[in-house]
Design a protein around this ligand. Structure first.
Ligand code: MTE
Ligand code: MO
Length: 342
């Protein structure tokens, strides 16, 4: 075995890095500039020597491989425009955090690389390992590890990405190479990638089988309930304008924002009375796997006082955002109606 292992990789900083630069009303750009991307690096930021870096592809494959960065760069490059969302606190499935951005990832299509290792027919899972290590809330972690169902990863057009918005990945975003799984919550897009393992079944790991598993409430047919890994992104939307606490006259105002979902957004409804009545907004077609813009013109009329604007996305499978108690719960923007201006 060659290439860097997590324990040999220095971290700088070796303390958690968390940045959330943009609130929903600041998401004014279709493409999020790199400096405005949220950052999550709970174990710190690996400082990777790209000359020593290798990507190992092993497990249930007939031709295991060790790729250098140059070899990866020599493969056909693909760009994918995609929304990128953090699921939030790994235990708080019920808490919306609206950490969302939309970027263009550049890299190599994972399934093309996997073809070259000749994956065995019995492999059902992809395990991905990152070079960060240390401890998370007092629990030792030897490498950041995530798993996903192999067919789902391939179907979503996952990339081994080395660029974001046309630039080399910055250190905190996974330099030199990260996995990007469009349509899956950010936690699955393993940064500072050094190993892919083809396997049968789930991988034991703090960030994989302990954290990031939502409870499934018991039902009559399933009295035990269970858990579900935080994989595919549920339908969600945010209103960008008007911004919270805006003062609106009786003039026509455009309500607009972004909506996204793993399967694509089929419809967005907007309410200007806190959810009593809803109107369908115009929704743009997605570019590749990007978020979709919605807009609706509204004339507040002569009413005065405080109201809540809300948006509700429905995905192509017919699932809508819930009222509350979920990470994709409906977002609400309070505004002040001033009625007719004299
Ligand atoms: N190796 C590694 N990959 C990781 C993480 C991590 O801590 N270590 N955090 C994940 C989480 S929770 C999110 S939301 C995204 C954040 O990616 P970004 O910081 O580039 O926006 O990376 C994911 N990939
Ligand atoms: Mo995250």
């Amino acid at each position: 075995m060659n290439g860097l292992r997590p324990s040999q990789t220095p971290l700088s900083p070796s303390t958690p890095v968390r940045r959330f630069p943009l609130a929903p009303h600041q998401l004014v750009n279709e493409l999020t500039p790199i400096r405005d991307l949220f950052v999550l690096a709970p174990l710190g930021v690996p400082q990777v020597d790209v000359a020593a870096w290798r990507l190992e592809i092993a497990g249930l494959v007939n031709k295991p491989r060790l790729l250098t960065f140059e070899e990866l760069r020599a493969l056909p490059k693909r760009e994918v425009r995609a929304f990128h969302q953090c699921a939030g606190d790994p235990r708080r499935w019920d808490l919306p955090t609206r950490r969302i951005s939309n970027v263009i990832w550049g890299g190599v299509v994972l399934s093309e690389v996997l073809e070259s290792v000749d994956v065995r027919a019995d492999a059902t899972f992809l395990w991905s390992y990152g070079l960060d290590h240390g401890s998370y809330r007092g629990i030792p972690v030897d490498a950041y590890l995530k798993d996903m169902l192999l067919p789902a990863v391939s179907a979503t057009g996952a990339l081994l990405a080395y660029e974001v918005n046309g630039q080399p990945l910055p250190p905190e975003h996974g330099y030199p190479v990260r996995l990007v799984v469009p349509g899956f919550y950010g936690t699955n897009s393993v940064k500072w990638l050094y190993r892919l393992e083809l396997a049968i079944g789930r991988a034991e790991g703090l960030f994989n089988t302990h954290l990031y598993n939502d409870p499934i409430p018991p039902t009559e047919s399933n009295p035990q309930g269970g858990t579900r890994p935080v994989w595919e992104i549920a339908p969600e939307s945010v209103i960008v304008a008007p911004q919270p606490n805006a003062h609106l006259s009786n003039e026509v105002v455009e309500i607009w924002g972004w909506a996204w979902a793993r399967s694509g957004v089929a419809a967005v409804e907007v309410s200007h009375d806190g959810g009593e009545t809803w109107r369908f907004a115009d929704v743009s077609e997605p570019m590749q796997r990007s978020w979709q813009k919605f807009r609706l013109e509204w004339r507040p009329g002569d009413r005065r006082g405080r109201v809540a604007l809300r948006s509700r996305a429905t995905d192509r499978n017919g699932c809508s955002q819930p009222e509350m108690g979920a990470r994709n719960a409906i977002y609400s923007v309070p505004v002040e109606l001033q009625g007719r201006l004299e």
